[in-house]
Design a protein around this ligand. Structure first.
Ligand SMILES: *Cc1c(COP(=O)(O)O)cnc(C)c1O
Length: 386
């Protein structure tokens, strides 16, 4: 059936391939305009004018006291762990979720700490506060690292109260949550530090890039040092820092994309609503709930295939691929199942995360996705569950 519309004379009845994501880009002229001053200044990196301007724009936009810009979200996470001094007092465990991208778990392990996996909530895939509470009783736990998966915010009030009760730091992996708000408050202002990724595939991008948002002014100097070899002055190296500075071309891309971000989200909303209209209530399929009091960003379009998992999900992915439609098993496998962690963790200890990872498929989502294409995608998906 699906093949039928693709067969025909050259160029007739053929649907062009649909990728799972497509990076947002400003009009070319706008970007050229933005970077043209770099040909005069010849200042291409090391906290130049674009870097400073982008940082200021983000502070304003995200409503936070401090923003540190870095090369990417992953380096940002590692810097956050280091700057907060996690593990220094001998407590080396971090409560986190295995239902995430590799980066969250790797950052903890690469900083010499030990992830302790809490399960997630069936309803929305975010870390389950009850599991966090239980695991936080261990005196070796120093921090919580939750993830706002797909642009669904965690139960941030419950997490804040657990962190307070147990004296834990909180670093939010907010890679998916750019521009979101909770009860009128910016998602960037949650926890001790919130990390955003501006990777090309995210709802907001600076080609590659990352940001740390935080209120504690003492952290400003820490991040400045950690991302620039520990250099504090021409003859003064204070700590063993790495190199994670955002360059001027990425900052310029961020500046341009930020001007268009609201427009982007508005277009994504239309796409998301079309998907919901076509897929909500379909037997065997589950969509993430819309959250009360949350301003969404429509970063991803995950659907959960509730039938025989992972067979139904995998069949849907194959049927979409057959029709030239990209999709992504995101997040699958759990990070606790990665080959590099073999023998270290027990994925069965987080049964809900395990189940969701077998059910989930992210469907194409980007601002310019055509509604006719969404309809076609939804017909294929429905064909796999009916
Ligand atoms: C993209 C992503 C990261 C890493 O960000 P990069 O900018 O690619 O380094 C971390 N966590 C999650 C959940 C992500 O999706």
């Amino acid at each position: 059936m699906q093949l039928d519309n693709r067969i025909g004379k050259e160029g007739e009845g053929m649907n062009p391939p649909i990728p799972v994501t497509r990076s947002s880009m400003p009009p070319l002229r706008e970007y050229i305009e933005e970077i043209s001053s770099l040909w005069e200044s010849r200042w291409l990196t090391n906290m130049g004018a674009k870097h400073r301007a982008f940082e200021a724009m983000l502070k304003d936009r995200l409503g936070v006291a401090n923003v540190a810009l870095l090369t990417n979200g992953h380096s940002a996470l590692e810097c956050a762990i280091e700057a907060l001094g996690l593990g220094k007092d001998g407590r080396r465990k971090v409560v986190t979720t295995p239902f995430t991208f590799a980066s969250t778990t790797h950052a903890i392990v690469r900083r010499g700490l030990e992830p302790v996996f809490a399960d997630v909530r069936e309803a929305d895939g975010t870390i389950d506060p009850e599991c966090v509470e239980r695991l936080s009783g261990d005196p070796r736990v120093c921090a919580i690292m939750p993830v706002h998966v797909y642009g669904t915010l965690c139960d941030v009030d419950a997490i804040a109260s657990i962190a307070r009760d147990h004296g834990l730091k909180t670093i939010y992996d907010a890679a998916h949550a750019f521009g979101m708000e909770h009860a009128g408050k910016s998602a960037a202002a949650l926890g001790d530090v919130s990390m955003f990724s501006f990777h090309a595939t995210k709802a907001f991008n600076s080609i590659e890039g990352g940001a740390l948002c935080f209120s504690d002014p003492a952290l400003v100097a820490s991040f400045d040092r950690l991302k620039n070899f520990g250099i504090a002055g021409p003859e003064d190296v204070e700590c063993v820092g790495g190199n994670a500075k955002m360059n001027e071309f990425c900052a310029a891309m961020g500046i341009c994309n930020l001007r268009h971000f609201d427009e982007e989200v508005a277009k994504r909303r239309v796409v998301a609503e079309r998907y919901r209209d076509r897929l909500e209530g379909v037997c065997g399929l589950r969509l993430l709930p819309l959250q009360d009091g949350v301003k969404p960003n429509f970063a991803y379009m995950p659907v959960f295939f509730e039938g025989d998992a992972p067979a139904v999900r995998d069949a849907a992915m194959a049927a979409l691929a057959e029709a030239g439609v990209g999709s992504r098993k995101y997040f699958y496998p759990l990070t606790s199942e990665f080959a590099c962690y073999a023998g270290h963790f027990d994925p069965v200890a987080t049964p809900i995360a395990l189940r969701l990872s077998r059910q989930v498929l992210c469907l194409p989502m980007y601002a310019d996705l055509m509604l006719e294409d969404v309809d076609r995608i939804c017909e294929i998906v429905k064909g796999c569950v009916q």
